[in-house]
Each structure stands twice: as structure tokens, then as C-alpha cells.
Design a protein around this ligand. Structure first.
Ligand code: ADP
Ligand code: MG
Length: 325
């Protein structure tokens, strides 16, 4: 990608693809043909293949006034990785389709791909292809990630009596977004350890982590739309109910500090704020390392038990693209 040509219009689609080819060449032995031909070719895998797809649309999923292209590239692949982890799989091959508005600079696209490639390397993922188009308005990204698993873990396997777990503290990303929207400034470095900065980082650079010991896991989902919404998917698919204990929902000290400052309720952010990209799972085992137990699967009904023992019915509240709040 030539730094001399500032706008993509000057480099053209083929110039862009050529430079991507050079930058993103796969060295993985299971990729027979990567970027550069009419289709990619990969060797058959020993395990089952998982396929997931996620779109990110400017103005809906991201705001370039406080997101750098590098951060966007990271998050774009991270949200796809999170779906593969939610099925109990390992991510392998990524396909990227982009619609680019004419004003976007070549260096921006280069930054986007360096963000994608950085997290791809961390997880040993190969970028094997995609498609490139101009977009009359707004940047559009669509990613398809292939993964592998011996045994997919679905949303439908929960059983009454199972415990409900989450793998991380919740609500940080929602608070981070709130802070970013207030300041509308780009955070280029995260060298300071201020609570606000930590929360912004959680929003901009989510770090999905797989669940290591999955042998007794009965159902799993990643937390993208908010705890209540995502737990409702497990209840719906498993035809069961759930009870969660307010006091057991894990929240970070940074979230508590910033909530106090802004007069917000950290619990509401943990229950309904989305984009945590942690895992929510059920298991009959009562104690699990590296996860927080927040409740139980019950035959019927959906409740939150508050700090003084009251049972409050909950609905699937969280982010829904087609419902205006
Ligand atoms: P075709 O016209 O046959 O669709 P393209 O010229 O669009 O072919 O693509 C050529 C090669 O570049 C293919 O391997 C394709 O997968 C890859 N490619 C195109 N756009 C992208 C992109 N945005 N990211 C990664 N790979 C891409
Ligand atoms: Mg094409």
C-alpha cells in the first residue's frame, strides 16, 4: 500500500488487494490458497467446522470520532472470535468484506488491517480472503470466521439445577462507551491506569478468552447484547427459567468508582449493558475455577433476587437492533 496515494480512489481496488496480499500472507500449513485468487482453499479439518459472521456498520456499531482504525480492526475480529469461543471452538480462518467510503485514506485501511492482523496473530488466525467495494456513505465491515471444535456447545443444553456462570466482570464496556461518548476524543495509548481509561479500553479493545475446562458445560453463549438478554436466549433455547442473585453479579472497582461519579447504577450496566464479550455458561458443577457463579437454572420463570431477598421478574432487556428504546 503506497503511502503516497492518500485516497483509496488513487490506489484502486486492485492496488488495495495487492497490498493486502503482501501484508496478510498466510503461513499456516492448512491454507492451500489464501488472498489473491478467485477463492481460498483450506485443507479439511479433523474436527467439526464452526462458521460465524458479524457485521459492523459505522454509526451503529462504531463511531470513528472516538475509535481509531487500528482499534476498530481489533474489535471487528474480536467479536467474531467471541462467537467461536461461545461454541467451545478454536478460531482458524477469517474472511473480511469491506465497503469503504471515498474519503477514507489508504493509511486508515492499513491501520484497520494492522489491528485485524495483530489479534489474528495472537490467536493464530489466518486471513484468507474477502471482498472490497466502495460505499456511498459510512464504513461497512462484514467478517466471517471459521473455527473448529470436537463438540459444539449450544444455547440449548442447560438443565434445571445447573449453576449459571460468567467468565468476567460485567458492565465495563457499557460504561467505557458512555465515557467515550462524553469526551468524544480518541484514546491512542492506554499507558495510564486511571479507572476511566481502563473502562474505555474494555469497550474499544475487548479481549475474548476461551473457557479452558469445558467438559461439564451444558450450554454457553457470549455476552454481546447484555446479561439479561443473552441469558434469556439460553432460557428460550433450553425451555427453562433462571434465577440470578444481584449480589453475585461481578462488577469491577473501576465501574463502581465511575458509576458513583456519574450517578449511574453499576448493576444496571452489568445486567443490561452489552459488549462485554465474556462467556455466560451453565454447568452442574457447583464450583468452577476462573468463573463467577451468578445464579441457577430453574424449571420456570426468570428472576433477579435483590440484596434484601426480593424476587424481581426480568425480561430480555438489552440491545436489539430493531427495537427503538
Ligand atoms: P473477485 O473479483 O473474483 O471477487 P477480487 O478481486 O474481489 O476477486 O479479490 C481478489 C482476492 O483478494 C481474493 O482472494 C479475495 O478473497 C481477496 N480480497 C478482496 N478484498 C479483500 C479484503 N477486503 N480483505 C481481504 N481479502 C480481500
Ligand atoms: Mg471480489
Amino acid at each position: 500500500m503506497s503511502e503516497k496515494s492518500n485516497k483509496l480512489a488513487e490506489l484502486g481496488e486492485f492496488g488495495l488487494i495487492k497490498s493486502l496480499h503482501a501484508k496478510c500472507r498466510s503461513t499456516s500449513s492448512d491454507v492451500l490458497i489464501g488472498i489473491g485468487d478467485d477463492a481460498a482453499a483450506i485443507r479439511p479439518q479433523k474436527q467439526n467446522t464452526l462458521i460465524t459472521s458479524d457485521m459492523m456498520i459505522e454509526g451503529i456499531h462504531f463511531d470513528l470520532s472516538f475509535t481509531t482504525f487500528h482499534q476498530l480492526g481489533h474489535k471487528f475480529l474480536a467479536v467474531n472470535i467471541s462467537d467461536i469461543f461461545a461454541m467451545g471452538g478454536s478460531p482458524k480462518h477469517f474472511i473480511v468484506s469491506i465497503g469503504i467510503p471515498p474519503e477514507v485514506k489508504v493509511s486508515d485501511i492499513k491501520d484497520l488491517y494492522s489491528g485485524i492482523m495483530k489479534i489474528a496473530k495472537q490467536h493464530k488466525i489466518s486471513l484468507i480472503g474477502g471482498d472490497t467495494c466502495t460505499s456511498p456513505k459510512g464504513l461497512t465491515l462484514s467478517g466471517t470466521l471459521l473455527g473448529s471444535t470436537k463438540q459444539p456447545i449450544t444455547r440449548a443444553g442447560a438443565r434445571a439445577g445447573d449453576s449459571i456462570y460468567v467468565t468476567a466482570e460485567l458492565g465495563d464496556s457499557a460504561m467505557g462507551l458512555n465515557l467515550l461518548q462524553r469526551s468524544s476524543r480518541k484514546v491512542l495509548k492506554f499507558s495510564s491506569s486511571s479507572p476511566g481509561l481502563k473502562l474505555k479500553k474494555k469497550h474499544l479493545l475487548p479481549g475474548p478468552t476461551p473457557l479452558k475446562n469445558r467438559s461439564k458445560v451444558t450450554s454457553m453463549i457470549d455476552l454481546s447484547d447484555g446479561l439479561l438478554s443473552d441469558l434469556s436466549h439460553i432460557c428460550d433455547e433450553s425451555s427453562l427459567g433462571a434465577v440470578i442473585y444481584e449480589e453475585q453479579v461481578p462488577v469491577s472497582k473501576e465501574l463502581i468508582i465511575m458509576s458513583k461519579k456519574l450517578g449511574l447504577d453499576p448493576l444496571q450496566l452489568a445486567l443490561k449493558g452489552g459488549e462485554d464479550y465474556a462467556l455466560l455458561f451453565t454447568s452442574p458443577n457447583n464450583i468452577r475455577a476462573n468463573a463467577f457463579k451468578i445464579g441457577e437454572i430453574i424449571p420456570k420463570g426468570r428472576y433477579i433476587v435483590d440484596s434484601i431477598g426480593r424476587k424481581i421478574t426480568f425480561k430480555a432487556e438489552g440491545y436489539d437492533h430493531f427495537i427503538k428504546t
